[in-house]
Design a protein around this ligand. Sequence first.
Ligand SMILES: [Zn+2]
Ligand SMILES: [Zn+2]
Length: 385
Amino acid sequence: MNCKKCGSPGNVILRKKDSYCENCFITNTNHKFRACIGKNKVLRANDNVLVCLSGGIGSTVLLDFIHNGISMDSHKKLRIIPFFLHVKESEDASGSQAVKVIEQCRKLNFDVHIINISLFIESGTEPTSLNNIPQLNNETSDKFKRFLKSMPATVRNDLLLKIKRHLFTKYAKHLNCNYILTAETTTTLAINLLSNLALGRGSQIQNEVGFYDARDDNIKVLRPMKEISQEELTLYIKIKNLSPEHNSLLNDNSLQSVIGTFVTDLQENFPATISTICKTADKIGIKVDSKKQGKCVICENELGVVTSKLTALSATKFSRTVSNGRPENVDNFNSVIHLYDIKDNVNQSLFPHIHSCLCYGCSKNYSEMEISQMPNHVQKLFENK
Ligand SMILES: [Zn+2]
Ligand SMILES: [Zn+2]
């Protein structure tokens, strides 16, 4: 088959039907990335942008896109000033992931700032290490590990995403960047979408998996890889001979890892699975409430508002209250009026700090953490409320 664009022999087949030559495929994919940024009209010329790299597939291709974009010499040039950041995870004990990112950046003559994720434990902003893995303070990293160990794997996976976002934002401020680019692939976003729904974060989906995360008032997180399919990424890596570091940082035996297996297995036989999930995400909007109550101190999403309608939270509370009640009281729960009473009377022992400084998802997480292991600066956030 010949290339759809230029008519020369095509050896790249997309979606089992569209044929391209390698040149047109690479040009097209780069164009798709720039078009995604362009059509969303968020970035302006010469904005400082923090690009967060994990070293995985999406991150490797994003780095290549940025290099191509800023090296262009035409009106299509990507006019941003990129800064690169890698957060070294505690699972990456050997540092192989960090070494990979340093190597990928060095090949393109970019500098990369590296920080350890365990810095979350500290309240200040430690300096980053340029093109080097920073020395790890054992006490800090042990404290961080103990904190993570104190919670179930599902809570840990959920919290790690919030921690990384917190560090990205903190270092964006530090490096004078108003924008952050992250490289989640459609597959990651599909898994995050379903996990967020299951964790009771339905109202936060736009911020968690949309193109644009507007939680912080000054610093916006953009996800420019969200329209590039896994198939395109894999072909791109192969043709350009790039070498990503493959590894999943999801903790096993968790809700997210089960959803991950479910989505990728289904995708094998039903190639439209992931794109369908992601398209559904775009249709779920955030209900903007004029009576804003403030932000959750952990995830920075809007705190849930007490609406006149019954919510899943009211149902959970009702069910728990009924289950805990004495049998002779059961008749009293027959009336809907009592359901409303329970809804308004938030039980702080079931959902600590809910609506005062934590959203539903973070309150549920908080109830499963060992508070004594929590970093001091996070504990203080609750005292001030
Ligand atoms: Zn062609
Ligand atoms: Zn929250």
